[in-house]
Design a protein around this ligand. Structure first.
Ligand code: HEC
Ligand code: HEC
Length: 291
């Protein structure tokens, strides 16, 4: 598939505009982003908030992608689609950039260079609360810096072309498409908390609305499936990646043990309550993440 795109890009783009044209058009696309007002929530300095920030980082997968010491990671071989994705050293990045820059990368999908990101899963954090973002920033700045050599990231021509045509959407577009939270915290605090957790933990893979997705290399189920699980089976699934009846899952088996074992009983109760209530809602049709 990628090969076809690369060939198509070469055939169509070369005579018309040349590779220079593809470069310029794709760069223009990455720069065509709008910002939310600059993030100005106070960054906490107390131990409890920094520990909460660590919990947010752990349960949202920052360590899995940016390295267990936040030292950064070369995805060159794991994901060949952008040519070479490189997750930066987060402990270092957090010290070198201001709060608004960090927030734009984390929640809005826009990098420090003012361009839309292509691989960072900012849409998963688009609904993260100001308080959690602030705690996360405090934690990242407090984490020890471990430096390693990282290669430069690279975007291939075929990928640039697919962004120009709109076949591939960048992370600022993904972040903009995340539905708003719907459950009212005043009337249903526990279910609202569960929605918040799911919409900042599970929608990286299960669709922006949690109702399933067709991803690059996986099809993920509608989380309505949780209604078939008992509370106990659900806890086992999200903390180990082993499904009902002892079935070993694929990607879920890698992600769950890295991120979710430290969820509290309270957080698991809230998630379970919210996800088992999805059965009462009709999923949206014809959305780009679930064609
Ligand atoms: C699925 C993997 C993945 C996860 C999960 C992830 N990141 Fe990233 N992140 C990346 C990649 C890859 C990049 C490099 C930019 C790109 O390719 O989009 C990146 C870039 C960044 C950047 C720098 C953006 C810039 O200016 O270039 C920040 C800041 C960042 N991530 C913070 C976080 C935080 C905080 C978390 C956890 C809440 C997190 N990331 C979770 C993959 C991930
Ligand atoms: C990094 C991607 C990713 C994240 C994050 C993720 N999942 Fe999954 N999940 C998958 C994939 C992929 C599958 C399909 C089976 C497989 O390949 O592992 C799956 C399968 C499942 C299943 C189906 C199990 C069955 O009975 O077949 C449930 C339920 C589930 N996930 C719940 C969750 C919940 C709840 C969260 C958030 C707390 C979550 N997942 C976060 C990727 C993810």
């Amino acid at each position: 598939m990628r090969i076809l795109i690369i060939i198509a890009a070469a055939i169509i783009a070369a005579p018309l505009t040349g590779f220079g044209g593809v470069y310029l058009l794709s760069e223009a696309k990455f720069r065509d982003v709008t910002y939310d007002p600059a993030f100005d929530a106070p960054i906490p300095t107390d131990e409890a908030s920094i520990e909460h920030g660590r919990h947010v980082a752990r349960t949202r997968g920052c360590f899995g992608c940016h390295g267990q010491q936040l030292q950064g990671k070369d995805f060159g071989e794991q994901w060949d689609w952008p040519e070479r994705a490189v997750a930066p050293n987060l402990a270092l990045y957090a010290r070198e950039h201001d709060d608004a820059t960090l927030e734009a990368a984390i929640r809005q999908g826009v990098g420090a260079n003012g361009k839309a990101l292509t691989s960072m899963v900012s849409y998963n954090f688009a609904r993260m609360s100001d308080e959690d973002v602030a705690a996360l920033i405090a934690f990242l700045r407090s984490a020890p810096v471990v430096e390693i050599d990282l290669p430069k990231p690279k975007l291939g021509w075929g990928v640039r072309w697919s962004f120009i045509t709109g076949e591939e959407k960048h992370m600022a577009e993904w972040a903009d498409a995340v539905p708003p939270l719907r459950v009212h915290a005043e009337t249903e605090p526990q279910r609202a908390h569960g929605e918040y957790l799911a919409m900042t933990m599970c929608n990286e893979c299960h669709g922006l609305d949690l109702r399933g997705a067709t991803l690059w290399d996986a099809v993920t189920p509608d989380l309505i499936v949780v209604s078939a699980y008992s509370r106990e089976e659900f806890e086992k699934l999200i903390t180990t990646g082993v499904a009902m009846g002892g079935r070993e899952l694929g990607l879920m088996r890698l992600v769950a043990p890295d991120r979710f074992p430290e969820l509290s009983e309270e957080e698991i109760d809230a998630l379970y309550l919210y996800l088992t209530s999805l059965v009462e809602e009709t999923p949206a049709e014809g959305v780009f993440w679930r064609p």
